[in-house]
Design a protein around this ligand. Structure first.
Ligand code: HEM
Length: 159
């Protein structure tokens, strides 16, 4: 009988919702010390970190909490519209998030990190593009929820 191997999702490999919440709570604790980012997030919802963790968890193969309870992908797109984010801000957002991933002990194996960074690069560049759109003038913000997986590396680090 052949052995059946189950490939964990990126969400499971990351440590599920507790790990992603730890990551984003700590990240948004650090944002006010960042001159490039603090004004962007000055008015953020008090549950912003949990919402972003739920969104990213769903993208990485976790439960559909953001779609079912927080307005789904269209809501996330609308939250970026009209904010005129710069690439300099995006780069700081990325590097601060990756520094925080190390700080909170998110898995740092090559397989997980390459897939995770791939998603963040893609998503953060779209956030900047969407931030140049005018909320009032854009009717269609529907797009399926992105789904990210291991990609070319094919599965978790095996040692
Ligand atoms: C993969 C990249 C990103 C993801 C997954 C993401 C995710 C999200 C989500 C889910 C929300 C809505 C939260 C809610 O429902 O309350 C949101 C809002 C927001 N995002 Fe992002 N985002 C990304 C990149 C960025 C970047 C690069 C910036 C700025 C440099 C940014 C700035 C904001 C701001 C200012 C809000 C509104 C916060 C508020 O006032 O409530 N995002 N983002």
């Amino acid at each position: 009988m052949s052995e059946q191997k189950t490939v964990p999702t990126l969400y499971e490999w990351a440590g599920g919702s507790p790990a992603l919440e730890r990551l984003f709570v700590r990240f948004y604790e650090r944002v006010p010390q960042e001159p490039l980012l603090r004004d962007v997030f000055a008015q953020m919802d008090p549950h912003h970190a949990q919402h972003v963790a739920a969104f990213v968890g769903e993208v990485l193969g976790g439960p559909k909490v953001y779609s079912e309870e927080h307005g789904g992908h269209a809501h996330m797109i609308r939250k970026h519209m009209g904010r005129n984010l710069t690439d300099e801000q995006r780069r700081r957002w990325m590097s601060l998030l990756l520094e925080t991933a190390d700080e909170v002990g998110l898995p740092d194996d090559p397989e997980f990190r390459s897939a995770f960074v791939g998603y963040l690069e893609w998503g953060s560049r779209l956030a900047v593009i969407n931030s140049k759109l005018d909320l009032a003038a854009t009717e269609d913000t529907t797009a399926p929820m992105p789904q990210w997986s291991w990609g070319a590396v094919g599965g978790p680090y095996q040692g």
